[in-house]
Design a protein around this ligand. Structure first.
Ligand code: RUB
Length: 320
């Protein structure tokens, strides 16, 4: 598939979910690199950067996308010839894809330990990482039941239903606004993440924050399943995660919207849940309280506050 096609499929959400987006982008970079007819290393690097920029422009919120792209492109730094650069990128891309899939397996293993026999769980949207924990707990023989939300306006809840049903897990399908009504029956909320900030706040599908609020009020634990490459290094510098706002036509058809003269349809597709509403973040490196997010950014993504006091610019950073 050509790179612009992958970019289009990410923008249109045919490819969606932070982990899948990252892997698809890295795969697209690899394919693009293989087919690139560059006269020399400098031209090759320039074309690869342009390709990366096309992918980076698709969706702004999931930090897995820039993290994966920067990690892949960082492999070009040491290359001193065009064939070496191409080989290094291929190797790095394959390694990223392999390890990101492996990370989900580890998260499933660690996350399942936090799910007890008899638990009633609630999940929101369609997160591979969160579902992996639930499905692993079921596989281990734990008797569990799940509440899965509809996820207006794009209905990702259906994908979740499919996965849970296929695994043979008893599931209740509810509209998003029914969450508080059922919260007293829930033992554990488990969701994924598009980004985790340095202070442990979690950016995930719109509606996650009110679910966490309702859980907090009901004293229900909230855990987040997130690979380490969903942690956002630039939040160390105070950068905010951009919340994507998509077309209002996803919420109300243009035909109906045209009946109103004074109405604007707002469609933010992610929200921010503060760290204080999250009990645990499950990563492939272990489970940690959200207050320790900085440790993941420093130890596993290689970005530290000390580094930023040095005179070099941010462009020198990479995740090596
Ligand atoms: C997807 C979403 C998911 C996270 C984590 O939003 O919010 O919860 O991306 O998913 P969208 P995963 O459907 O708008 O992409 O664990 O699969 O990476």
């Amino acid at each position: 598939m050509v790179l612009s096609e992958t970019a289009e499929r990410i923008t249109s959400m045919e490819i969606r979910g932070a982990g899948r987006i990252a892997r698809a982008a890295v795969e697209a970079l690899k394919e693009y690199s293989e087919g690139l007819d560059s006269p020399d290393l400098t031209a090759y690097k320039k074309s690869m950067q342009e390709a990366a920029d096309t992918l980076l422009a698709t969706r702004p919120t999931a930090v897995s996308l820039p993290n994966a792209i920067h990690y892949t492109l960082a492999s070009l730094k040491a290359a001193d010839s065009l064939p070496a650069a191409r080989a290094a990128l291929r190797e790095r891309a394959d390694e990223f894809i392999r390890s990101s899939l492996h990370a989900i397996e580890w998260i499933a293993e660690i996350g399942a330990r936090h799910i007890s026999d008899g638990d009633v769980l609630l999940t929101h949207c369609n997160s591979q990482a969160a579902l992996a924990c639930i499905i692993e707990a079921h596989r281990q023989g734990k008797e569990i039941e799940v509440y899965a939300t509809e996820v207006r306006p794009r209905g990702q809840g259906l994908l979740t239903l499919q996965a849970l049903d296929q695994a043979g897990i008893r599931t209740n399908y509810i509209i998003d606004s029914a969450v508080r009504h059922f919260m007293n029956e829930i033992d554990l909320v488990i969701v994924g993440a598009d980004a985790v900030t340095v202070n442990g706040a979690v950016v995930n599908k719109i509606g996650t924050a009110p679910i966490a609020l309702a859980a907090n009020e009901a004293r229900t634990n909230v855990i987040v399943a997130a690979e380490t490459y969903k942690f956002a290094p630039l939040t160390i510098l105070g950068d905010l995660i951009e919340i994507e706002e998509r077309s209002g036509s996803e919420v109300l058809s243009e035909e109906i919207a045209a009946r109103f003269r004074h109405v604007t349809i707002r469609n933010p597709v992610f929200d921010v849940t503060p760290a204080s509403y999250i009990d645990l973040i499950i990563t492939e490196k272990g489970a940690l309280p959200p207050g320790l997010a900085y440790v993941i950014i420093r130890d596993y993504l290689g970005w530290s506050i000390e580094e930023f006091s040095k005179p070099h610019g941010l462009d020198d950073r990479n995740t090596d």
